[in-house]
Design a binder for this molecule. Structure first.
Ligand code: NCD
Length: 303
């Protein structure tokens, strides 16, 4: 079955994940294909982005699509008072798919309810970022050859980081051995996310207590822009720094992932270790997003 909107990582089945990974493998070294020629992709970025917007853009042109869009709310008619629904309706007239990032939780779901063309959620507020979870899991699949049976440690801002929500939800399609949720008490995973998980999770504040068991350490930035109160941010902003001392206690083949951008939460000295896989992870964004576009927009025999 063809995927339609990708709003949450729960929109994908286990089979969908593996099919996309296998397709991404096929797209990993291609220069340019014409699978989407004649199609137009809209990149509707109402919030800042470097990697996500650029890798979606690259993926679209490598498949032969044309790309339109904008990179900030200020450059659209929203700045003149147009509402989101009207903007989505306009993009329905001009394109075949909308990749959208927005500061409000639920914006992508709202768009999917009024859009006749597929909506791909590239991040909605502190809610979800399902294509980042695809990249995260694809990296694990490439490094270890499988995803089931691993012990995960998610560290940092587990309350506001949307990539964490999407990864936790995506992991319900797999069989993680255990997931450690490592955060200051103010930044714990929100209840509505935690309640939907079907594998063992253990919350802790201290990475040193659990680092020896972890296969995949997933580090996140403290999401400054989501804090309602600056004072609260100041209290937790430097809660953790993943440094050589911590990394040296990891399993030899344990890996460190980060959706990026990194601020101070991973010491740059860690970049040179064999455990650091976050730049490799970022490099997989293009083939993975090509695979996703192909899934959503490519011509198929069963169309
Ligand atoms: C993330 C995001 O936008 O949620 N960035 C990304 O897309 N790789 C992570 C972050 O901003 O911390």
């Amino acid at each position: 079955m063809r995927l339609r909107h990708v709003v949450s990582s729960l929109d994908l089945t286990r089979d969908d994940y593996f099919r996309i990974f296998e397709l991404a493998d096929k797209f990993s070294n291609v220069k340019k294909l014409n699978y989407l020629s004649g199609k137009v992709v809209s990149l509707a970025f109402f919030e800042p982005s470097t990697r996500t917007a650029q890798s979606f853009h690259t993926a679209a042109i490598k498949l032969g699509a044309d790309v339109i869009g904008f990179a900030s709310e200020e450059s659209t008619s929203i700045a003149k008072g147009e509402n989101l629904a009207d903007t989505i309706r306009m993009l329905n007239n001009y394109s075949n798919c909308i990749v959208m990032r927005h500061k409000f939780d639920g914006a992508a779901l709202f768009a999917s309810e009024i859009s006749d063309i597929p909506i791909i959620n590239a991040g909605d507020g502190k809610h979800e970022h399902p294509t980042q979870a695809l990249i995260d899991l694809y990296t694990i699949y490439k490094v270890f050859g499988e995803i089931d049976g691993r012990t995960f440690g998610l560290l940092g801002d587990l309350k506001y980081a949307r990539t964490v929500n999407s990864l936790l939800r995506a992991l319900t399609r797999f069989k993680p051995k255990k997931v450690f949720l490592i955060s200051p008490s103010q930044l714990k995973v929100r209840r509505e996310i935690l309640d939907g998980l079907n594998y063992p999770v253990i919350e802790t504040e201290n990475p040193y207590d659990v680092i020896q068991d972890i296969d995949v350490l997933y580090v996140t930035r403290i999401q400054k822009e989501r804090f309602v109160d600056e004072v609260e941010y100041e209290k937790v902003k430097e809660s953790y720094v993943v440094d050589l001392k911590l990394v040296n206690m990891m399993k030899k083949d344990g890996i460190i992932l980060h959706p990026l951008p990194r601020v101070t939460e991973i010491d740059r000295k860690v970049d040179k270790t064999t455990n650091a896989k976050y730049f490799y992870q970022a490099s997989l964004a293009v083939p993975l997003r090509m695979a996703l576009f192909y899934e959503v927009l490519g011509e198929r025999k069963d169309d």
